[in-house]
Design a protein. Structure first.
Length: 223
């Protein structure tokens, strides 16, 4: 399902309330994963400051930069996060070969709620820990009545009922998450999730570690 700017703006006031997220829970839509594309984006454009500060994992001087656009309700994104990413981190991020950046591309209103919670969890390790938890438990909270399940997960990250509710009512953060998605679609032609930019080269789909290695290794050798 494609969420247009108009649809996002129409739902903004509703999604600023916890009740709006509850009402939207049954509307989670999923984009089809498209074949790998040959599009490339200049790194200076890809790395320009956006509506939200980037959440970065890995060495700043790593020769390869991977930017992932993902939706928290996308099963393909969860599959990548749960199966490929741990090995990607072990082989390439932890060894200083890859700098990894995660950016929000919510495909539905419930995905925005997940992104809000990740942003409210904190920066760096706290952010990525919440992303990992949400993807790992995706089948538990991408349901008709998600809020109780999201609250249970949020408690594991240190949220209280008050901070949980305040996070989901954060209109300013909501608008910035939407802007990250809009910019990705308009500037970089992101249409589905997950979509990766590997040193600016665009590849769409839930890549296996072997497929990811085929993209990364030549860049390491050429560097």
């Amino acid at each position: 399902m494609t969420i247009t700017r108009r649809k996002f703006l129409q739902s903004a006031s509703t999604l600023a309330l916890v009740g709006g997220i509850l009402a939207a829970a049954g509307e989670a839509g999923l984009a089809l994963i498209r074949p790998a594309e040959a599009d490339a984006v200049p790194m200076i454009e890809l790395m320009a400051p956006g509506a939200l500060p980037d959440q970065v994992m890995g060495a700043s001087e790593a020769p390869v930069t991977i930017v992932e656009y993902a939706s928290m309700t996308c099963p393909h994104c969860a599959h990548f996060a749960n199966t490929t990413f741990p090995e990607l981190k072990k082989r390439y991020i932890d060894t200083g070969k890859v700098k990894y950046i995660f950016r929000e591309f919510p495909l539905d209103r419930l995905a925005v709620a997940g992104s809000l919670l990740a942003r409210c969890a904190g920066e760096g390790d706290k952010y990525f820990a919440m992303i990992e938890l949400l993807f790992n438990q995706q089948d538990k909270w991408v349901v008709r009545d998600p809020v109780p399940h999201l609250m249970d997960l949020a408690k594991q990250a240190g949220f209280t009922p008050d901070t949980f509710n305040a996070c989901l009512k954060d209109q300013a953060m909501f608008d910035k998450i939407v802007k990250v998605r809009e910019d990705a679609a308009a500037k970089f032609k992101v249409e589905s999730t997950p979509t990766f930019f590997i040193n600016g080269n665009k590849v769409a789909g839930a890549l296996t570690i072997d497929e990811m290695a085929k993209q990364i290794d030549p860049l390491l050798k050429s560097g």
